[in-house]
Design a protein around this ligand. Structure first.
Ligand code: DGL
Length: 274
């Protein structure tokens, strides 16, 4: 038995393409539909109620593409809205990125001191701290909200003096003193494209982890457990949807995807209710 329906992947913008890329590599035979709610980005500065409403509308739109599973490739939406989204989309399974990211952090640390950088909403919600403690009860978790990284990533300014100055300003307080973390979780799907700049600021001894690969693993396991895999002999397609400028999505999204995305291959969609 195989299931050729696509997997829906969603983020507030193009950051979730870092997760999409890992899914593409792990599941080359699956069709993927990626939706970036670029018209309403950023989510990270908004209230849990607003993020939940936006994320529910976006993921419900994915249902109109007959998806067999939804991956919330956004830490902010995963941290404040995973449960409501699971309820809203049932019986379609929904997978978030927080638990996989937390597991990756717990696996990487040697000292038990884990730093998490994320959006303001993710930090305030405390979901990472809870998930890391679940994976490693003795862990010491310190967090910092780095909202400007989202803007820098969406602008494509992932290296150079502006990105470095922002990284220094955000990260210096987290890494001062002898009890600094040895592992830094990039708790926002926009941040992996800034990894080189972040690494330069925190130094080589700090391990940077993100949830892309571990989420791809969780999705692979869930597809198998639920009997939802597509036939391994087929070649999967990737489809892009955006709620604002398809040209911008293609231009900057290519940086995240690691290969060119053509604007004519991005569909503009309206997901607002009514
Ligand atoms: N990419 C999203 C995340 O992982 C957030 C970006 C935003 O603020 O919209 O948290």
């Amino acid at each position: 038995m195989s299931d050729a329906r696509p997997i829906g992947v969603f983020d507030s913008g193009i950051g979730g393409i870092t997760v999409l890329k890992a899914l593409r590599a792990a599941l080359p035979h699956e069709d993927l539909v990626y939706l970036g709610d670029t018209a309403r980005l950023p989510y990270g500065t908004k209230s849990p109620e607003t993020v939940t409403a936006y994320a529910t509308q976006a993921t419900k739109h994915l249902l109109s593409h007959d998806v067999k599973m939804v991956v919330i490739a956004c830490n902010t939406a995963s941290s404040v809205a995973l449960e409501p989204l699971m309820r809203a989309l049932a019986p379609i399974p929904v997978i978030g990125v927080i638990e996989p990211g937390a597991r990756a952090g717990a696996r990487a640390t040697k000292t038990g001191r884990i730093g998490v950088i994320a959006t303001e909403a993710t930090v305030k919600g405390g979901a990472y701290e809870r998930a890391i403690r679940k994976a490693m009860p003795e862990a010491e978790v310190t967090q910092a909200a780095c909202g400007l990284f989202v803007t820098l990533a969406e602008e494509g300014w992932v290296k150079g003096e502006v990105a470095e100055a922002a990284a220094k300003r955000y990260l210096a307080p987290l890494f001062k003193g002898r009890n600094a973390p040895d592992t830094l979780v990039l708790g926002c799907t926009h941040f992996p494209v800034l990894a080189r700049t972040i690494g330069k600021v925190v130094g080589k001894s700090v391990k940077l982890v993100d949830s892309a690969a571990t989420t791809a693993k969780a999705v692979t396991e869930a597809l198998t457990a639920l009997g939802l895999q597509a036939n391994r002999k087929r070649k999967g397609k990737t489809r892009f949807l955006a709620t604002d400028s398809t040209e911008r999505f293609a231009r900057v999204g290519g940086i995240f995807f690691g290969e060119d995305i053509r604007a004519k291959d991005v569909e503009l969609v309206d997901i607002k209710p009514g």
